[in-house]
Each structure stands twice: as structure tokens, then as C-alpha cells.
Design a protein around this ligand. Structure first.
Ligand SMILES: Cc1ncc(C[n+]2csc(CCOP(=O)(O)OP(=O)(O)O)c2C)c(N)n1
Ligand SMILES: [Mg+2]
Length: 292
């Protein structure tokens, strides 16, 4: 279990996870729905707020830690994942949750995403995917559709968007899910699953930005998504990839893939036991290990 010591420790209502800071997002922003899903997931997983660390970069979505009763770090743009990896390795007993946007995670932070996935860092990453840079008032992001007109693309863009699900599946994330802010109950269910998963859990959540992304409206997302059928086997990578590729142009919501694999902290602990660490660290022993 992710941050096992933090899980199923308390019985709190979702609203008790609200901090004293008022939520400042625009009316109608999908991020509100995701935040509600997060409150519910934390309550349902019984996470002890004193064992929860919510880490973010910069963006509207990256303000989430202010609104949740938890320890928190509002770090640099694109660097939440790297900081979270450090926190998780130093304190594997804590539940580590990153919340951030498509720009934060896949543009400036894009260099970090594959490494959290391939290392199977034991944490939950909730990506608020609104296909735009919201905080800076509407620039094109790696998940923007070419038709999206923003300040940097007044005629639309010349690029196809990336596919975060394909990316996460192929880089080795061990829990990959997708949801839509308009369905906070599903958001809660999938985030709860991520919190309870041992390993790198990625949840991509579509979120409308009514202030700057006039294309990806609630209606657009409602029409885009379809619920993954109940008979989908989430341990089957081939089927997960087929779903991630958007059959018939429709985006799946639900759990695509899950797998059990040792996490980075477990492997490092095993490594230290095997080669010796701490005060008994012996560089000669380490050097000898590399000799045939
Ligand atoms: C190093 C650096 N470069 C650029 C910025 C400006 N900046 C702040 S937030 C942001 C993008 C936010 O977009 P996203 O992560 O998608 O979050 P959203 O606001 O859409 O939720 C940018 C480019 C910054 N703060 N720091
Ligand atoms: Mg965004």
C-alpha cells in the first residue's frame, strides 16, 4: 500500500480534509470537481492528514495543496515529481500525493515524468488535464488540441497533442487511470485506488477551463469520454494500450492498468542490505561489485 502507515488510520468526513484556505479557482473550473474527488478519496482511504504530503509545482491546479489538510510543498514549476520522489524516499511511511497540471507535468516537467514511472516511486500523481496553461491565462499546452486557440496560438496550433495514458503505460507506471472532473464520484474512486496502490499511480483527469479554453467544454468532455467496460482486465497491458489509443476517437475513463512490482524505496532498502550502507559503507566492496 502507498504510504501504508497513513492509510485507514482515521475516520474523517470528506469536508474535514478542507483546509482553512479558500478555494480561489474561477467559477465553473473543472478543478473544483477534482478537488471534491480528492477530499472523498482521502476520506474513503482513511488517510491520516498528519501522514499526508501534498506536493505541487506551479499552476492553478498546483494550488491544490493549499486547500487540503496535509503537509505540503508548493515547489518550482515542473519540479513537483522530483521533490516528491525525494520526500517519498526519505519518508516511505508517508502518503505522497502530487497534484498539478498538464503544463507543469508534461511541458516544463516533462523530463521527470518517465523517471517516476520507470522507477515505480511509491506515490500518487493526479494530473488536472485542462489542455491549457490556466494560471498564465491561456497558452497552448502539450495536451492542447490543434484547434485550440490561445494567446500563443491565435490561429490554432500546428501539433498533435500527446497521449498521457500511452506515455505512462509505456514508461512503466503500475497504476494508470483516467477520469473527468464532471464525475467526481469516479474521480474519488480512482484516486482512492491510486492511494491504496503500492507503486507509481497516475490518474489523468480531464478538467474544463471555462475562462481560457473555449474548445474543451464540459459538453465536449461528456461526449468524448466512455466508461471502461466492467469486463476489462486491468492486468492486460495490450488491452490497456488499445484503450489508451482511444478506440473510435473516444477517451476511456476508469482503471486501464494495474500491476504489482517492487517500488524504488523497497529496491533501495534491499540494495543497501545487500551491499552494506550507513556507517559500514565500504567503497572497496562497492568497487569490487562491478568487477567480473
Ligand atoms: C520556470 C517557470 N516558467 C514559467 C512559469 C509561468 N507559469 C506559471 S503556471 C504555468 C503553466 C500552468 O499550466 P498547467 O500546469 O497546465 O496548470 P493549470 O493552471 O492549467 O491548472 C506557467 C507557464 C513559471 N511560474 N515558472
Ligand atoms: Mg493546464
Amino acid at each position: 500500500m502507498s504510504g501504508a502507515a497513513a492509510l485507514h488510520q482515521v475516520q474523517m468526513e470528506p469536508k474535514e480534509y478542507k483546509s482553512e484556505v479558500s478555494v480561489v479557482w474561477c467559477p465553473g473550473c473543472g478543478h473544483h470537481g477534482i478537488l471534491n474527488g480528492l477530499y472523498r478519496a482521502l476520506a474513503e482511504a482513511g488517510i491520516d492528514p498528519t501522514k499526508l504530503v501534498n506536493i505541487s509545482g506551479i499552476g492553478c491546479s498546483s494550488r491544490t495543496p493549499y486547500f487540503i489538510k496535509s503537509y505540503k510543498m508548493h515547489t518550482l514549476h515542473g519540479r513537483a515529481g522530483a521533490v516528491a520522489t525525494g520526500v517519498q524516499m526519505a519518508r516511505p511511511d508517508l502518503a505522497v500525493v502530487v497534484t498539478g497540471g498538464d503544463g507543469d507535468g508534461f511541458a516544463i516537467g516533462g523530463g521527470h515524468m518517465p523517471h517516476m514511472a520507470r522507477k515505480n516511486v511509491n506515490m500518487t500523481y493526479v494530473l488536472f488535464d485542462n489542455g491549457i496553461y490556466g494560471l498564465t491565462k491561456g497558452q497552448y499546452s502539450p495536451t492542447s488540441r490543434p484547434e485550440m486557440k490561445g494567446y500563443t496560438t491565435p490561429y490554432g496550433g500546428p501539433e498533435d497533442p500527446m497521449n498521457p495514458l500511452m506515455y505512462m503505460l509505456t514508461y512503466g507506471a503500475t497504476y494508470v487511470a483516467q477520469a473527468f472532473a464532471g464525475k467526481p464520484k469516479l474521480c474519488a474512486e480512482l484516486i482512492k485506488g491510486a492511494l491504496e496502490h503500492k507503486g507509481f499511480a497516475y490518474v489523468n483527469i480531464f478538467s474544463q477551463c471555462p475562462s481560457f479554453n473555449y474548445l474543451d467544454t464540459v459538453e465536449f468532455y461528456r461526449d468524448l469520454v466512455f466508461e471502461i467496460p466492467a469486463d476489462h482486465d486491468p492486468t492486460d497491458m495490450t488491452k490497456a494500450i488499445a484503450l489508451a489509443r482511444r478506440p473510435n476517437g473516444k477517451a476511456p475513463i476508469g482503471l486501464l492498468y494495474t500491476e504489482n512490482k517492487p517500488t524504488l524505496d523497497e529496491r533501495v532498502a534491499e540494495f543497501v542490505t545487500r551491499v552494506g550502507g550507513g556507517p559500514d559503507y565500504d567503497i572497496n566492496k562497492i568497487i569490487n561489485l562491478s568487477r567480473p
